[in-house]
Design a protein around this ligand. Structure first.
Ligand code: NZQ
Ligand code: ZN
Length: 388
């Protein structure tokens, strides 16, 4: 294990079909004023909204509704959420929805009592909160981001054509998250597979870095094998509880900082994907799937040993009679075949990207330095062109 680290994750998880029963106990830890955050209406259709309202009322809470959190929450919505939180002096932010609702709740948590413009402070200048932070709780309905147990909060500024994630510290993580796999059964297939690829990519972003023998790599290989297995079962039968519950649990462990320990991590697919998102507002997981294969094929020569390990240990490629590079390539070919099986977006064109957007997307891409190769702007442009 490389480096020095302190590992601490303060989020309490309640998992399973009966997990909503734990909400009342959690609510007892907070004051009476609850800001109820949700998206565009899926929780009303599923009936979850009514159940949560009943629990809040039973607990004697005053409810301040904050609906309409859009996929890829915007900075304008963030300002609105801050107004609701501050004007009503809320005690708890309760997000019921997917990663967008959880991320947004964390954004409001650090911004409501911030005297400056939170977009500039947290997203452009990447400063840490030094004001009151409101507590967040989540009831998760969409699987993929890991937002239920991490400090990530991604906000989109359409005017500035920037989509930026700030990874806050443990004081901003949800205090609790309720994970009932049954809630995910109503997801449209497009969202389900986008979430599955988001999980896979969170793992590969951390896996493809460093050259030492690292326990985190073994943990990630296990998570990826379980994900591949369960994703196939879920695509065959979207109502398969066993598969969907495994996918929900993998998503949490893929991005709750456990497997990042000892790794420098890459994150360039996300950096490019987020910039694509700022231009198209496309579904997050699909922005990743569209650029992944050109990106990984581009960096493979710089990290052949790890791509070979990925091929053999995750995809079951037999290395006999193959060069290391051929084995490594075969792993990516296997991943491509799986991505096609799932029905993921494999081109940027299908997400609405046109060639004239590419220079701006390059400009909006933050370059990370932890992976096998540090990209220059020309290389990012080449990867984007190969993804069209
Ligand atoms: O708004 P509603 O009506 O609820 O519909 C949502 C939304 O349209 C729908 N949905 C959610 N649960 C459903 C459902 N539809 C039917 N049944 C259900 N049970 O699905 C759509 C997408 O939801 P969203 O929350 O946007 O998806 P996701 O969970 O993928 O979150 C995406 C956001 O998270 C950020 C992304 O950039 C994006 O902004 N990320 C956050 C990360 C983090 N916190 O660490 C890391 C990720 O890499 C990612 O960047
Ligand atoms: Zn992601």
């Amino acid at each position: 294990m490389l480096g020095n680290f302190t590992y601490h994750n303060p989020t309490r998880l309640h998992f399973g079909p009966e997990s909503l029963n734990q909400l009342a106990g959690e609510l007892a830890n907070y004051g009476p004023r609850v800001q109820l955050i949700y998206g565009g209406g899926s929780i009303k259709k599923s009936g979850l909204y009514e159940q949560v309202i009943a629990i809040l009322k039973e607990a004697g809470k005053e409810i301040f509704e904050d609906p309409g959190v859009m996929p890829n929450p915007t900075v304008e919505k963030l300002y609105e959420g801050c107004r609701i939180a501050k004007e009503n002096n809320v005690d708890l932010l309760l997000a019921v929805g997917g990663g967008s609702c959880c991320d947004y709740a964390k954004g409001v948590a650090v911004s409501a009592w911030c005297d400056e413009d939170p977009w500039k402070k947290y997203y452009l200048r990447m400063e840490e909160p030094d004001n009151r932070i409101l507590p967040v709780g989540c009831v998760l309905t969409m699987v993929g981001t890991g937002s239920e147990m991490n400090g990530g909060s991604v906000i989109t500024n359409h005017q500035e054509k920037l989509k930026i994630g700030h990874v806050f510290g443990p004081e901003v993580y949800p205090k609790f998250s309720i994970l009932n796999p049954n809630y995910t059964l109503t997801l449209p297939k497009y969202q389900m597979v986008a979430g599955i690829y988001d999980i896979m990519n969170h793992i590969t972003e951390q896996y493809f870095s460093d050259t030492d023998d690292c326990t985190s790599d073994y943990l990630m290989e296990g998570l990826m094998r379980s994900l591949i297995h369960s994703s196939r079962a879920a695509v065959q039968d979207s109502q398969n509880y066993e598969a969907r519950s495994n996918i929900m649990w993998i998503a949490t462990w893929a991005l709750n900082t456990l497997v990042a320990q000892g790794k420098t991590t890459d994150w360039m697919v996300h950096m490019i994907g987020q910039s694509v998102g700022a231009y198209t507002d496309a579904t997050h997981g699909m922005t990743l799937s569209a650029v992944s294969l050109p990106y990984y094929r581009h960096i493979l020569p710089y990290g052949v040993h790890q791509f070979k390990k990925f091929a053999v240990n995750v995809w079951g490629i037999n290395p006999a009679g193959k060069s290391d590079e051929e084995t490594a390539q075969a792993g990516l070919d296997a991943m491509e075949a799986w991505m096609k099986e799932l029905g993921l977006a494999l081109t940027l064109t299908e997400l609405g990207v046109t060639e004239d957007m590419l220079p701006g997307i390059v400009q909006g891409t933050f370059v990370m330095k932890g992976g096998y190769h540090v990209l220059d702007q020309q290389e990012i442009l080449d990867i984007l062109k190969a993804s069209l």
